[in-house]
Design a protein around this ligand. Structure first.
Ligand code: HEM
Length: 385
């Protein structure tokens, strides 16, 4: 789609894959971020990776890919995220569950992402997800200021004429005045951390965060390091929380299908064994002698192409949906795969994957956990559900 109007910058919006490859790869040099975008963002992002082109961008990109490929940084990220999940996110959700409270999951995940990204970028814990008593006011001010400043900067792109925000900035009025105040909080906080680090210079090597890695280059100015902080927070904060929020939203619309599909691929009881009382012949002609054991593998069954089709190894909750509604007995063997299938999975297959009452190893009945794992004789008498 092309936009052109007199006195305005022209523009194109495309969703064509070849066009995207052209601008991001084959003719990349011809598509920088550009002067207009630079002018809008420089107050917030300075000359960081998100707001630079040419050599300035290339150096930062190179260093970023070098740092991100290091195991120590990856381990630090994993440890940080795991700790935030185990010590804050899960207890918070558990407490809310126990009290029967409704939570704004998007806000929870935004705070989760902000804490995690701050730790990864400059090893500071704003504790936005912790109980009120843990986080200090400066850190939560920083998060609020960062969020609002980002929104106001995006607002500059929405102005029909660039002159509008420029005049407001010049006169220090309206949204531009607010933005100036917010940026003072954001940049002030970042600078405070950078200067604090410099004072304790010998300890820098003990940090595994991104800031220390960039700071170890002595030629870098304080402003450059400040730009590292703001740019990486912008990169990681909303992207992470938005991805997680949508993931849980989609999961919540089809929870049964998502859980069943995950149990198909990773059945909680992957193998189970029975013993044979009398000589027998299985439906496929296999002879089983008296006293023999017979083991079946729910894991293998969950991945058989004959049963599930060519996409048997793919995670596809929608295979359990019929007209958008969860149906544990949905056809799972599309006729078009082999041409021979009846289009319907046997109830046994479904039951064995979803499980029933969980039986203990001696064949005794365990507690009905609701987490159905292996078939139970009683299932044979139940109508298929
Ligand atoms: C689900 C989470 C995320 C998604 C979907 C995502 C997606 C993207 C996309 C589409 C780009 C633009 C493509 C490019 O310039 O190469 C980008 C750039 C970038 N991302 Fe992410 N990102 C996520 C998380 C993160 C995190 C956690 C960090 C680091 C803390 C990060 C750091 C960056 C950086 C530094 C760039 C700029 C690259 C450049 O301009 O050369 N991202 N991201």
């Amino acid at each position: 789609m092309t936009f052109r109007s007199p006195g305005q910058v022209g523009g194109v919006i495309t969703a064509n894959a070849s066009n995207v490859e052209h601008m991001l790869k084959s003719n990349f040099e011809n598509y920088p971020k550009g002067e207009r975008s630079f002018r809008m963002l420089v107050d917030f992002l300075g000359h960081g990776i998100f707001n630079s082109d040419g050599e300035e961008w290339k150096c930062q990109r190179k260093q970023a890919s070098y740092e991100f490929s290091k195991r120590s940084l990856r381990n630090f990220m994993v440890d940080t995220v795991q700790s935030e999940i185990a010590h804050r996110l899960l207890p918070l959700l558990r407490r809310a569950g126990e009290k029967g409270e409704t939570m704004d999951l998007q806000s929870v995940l935004e705070r989760f992402a902000f804490d995690s990204i701050c730790k990864v970028v400059f090893d500071e814990d704003p504790a936005c997800l912790a109980e009120d008593t843990v986080g200090d006011a400066t850190s939560s001010n920083f998060m609020r200021a960062f969020e609002e400043a980002q929104n106001l900067i995006v607002g500059r792109f929405m102005d029909a004429f660039e002159i509008t925000w420029r005049v407001k900035k010049l006169l220090d009025i309206g949204s531009e005045r607010r933005l100036r105040e917010l940026l003072a909080v954001v940049h002030g906080y970042a600078m405070q951390i950078i200067r604090g680090r410099k004072e304790k210079a010998p300890e820098l090597n003990e940090h595994h965060d991104l800031l220390s890695r960039f700071a170890s280059n002595k030629n870098k100015s304080e402003e450059f390091l400040r730009d590292i902080v703001t740019n990486y927070l912008v990169a990681g904060r909303e992207s992470t929380s938005s991805a997680l929020t949508w993931f849980f939203w989609i999961l919540s619309t089809r929870p049964d299908a998502a859980v069943t599909e995950s149990m198909r691929l990773y059945p909680p009881v992957p193998m189970d064994t029975q013993s044979c009382l009398e000589d027998d012949t299985m439906p496929d002609g296999t002879f089983v002698g008296k006293g023999w054991f017979v083991t079946y593998s729910a894991y293998a069954m969950g991945r058989l192409e004959d049963i599930w089709g060519r996409d048997c190894n793919e995670y596809k909750p929608e295979r359990w949906l019929e007209n958008g509604v969860f149906n544990p007995g949905v056809p799972c063997r599309p006729k078009d795969v082999s041409g021979e299938g009846d289009g319907v999975c046997t109830d046994e297959v479904h039951r064995s994957l979803r499980g029933g009452k969980v039986r203990d190893r001696r064949g005794g009945e365990g507690e009905d956990t609701g987490a159905r794992a292996v078939p139970h004789p009683e299932d044979e008498r139940r109508p298929a559900n």
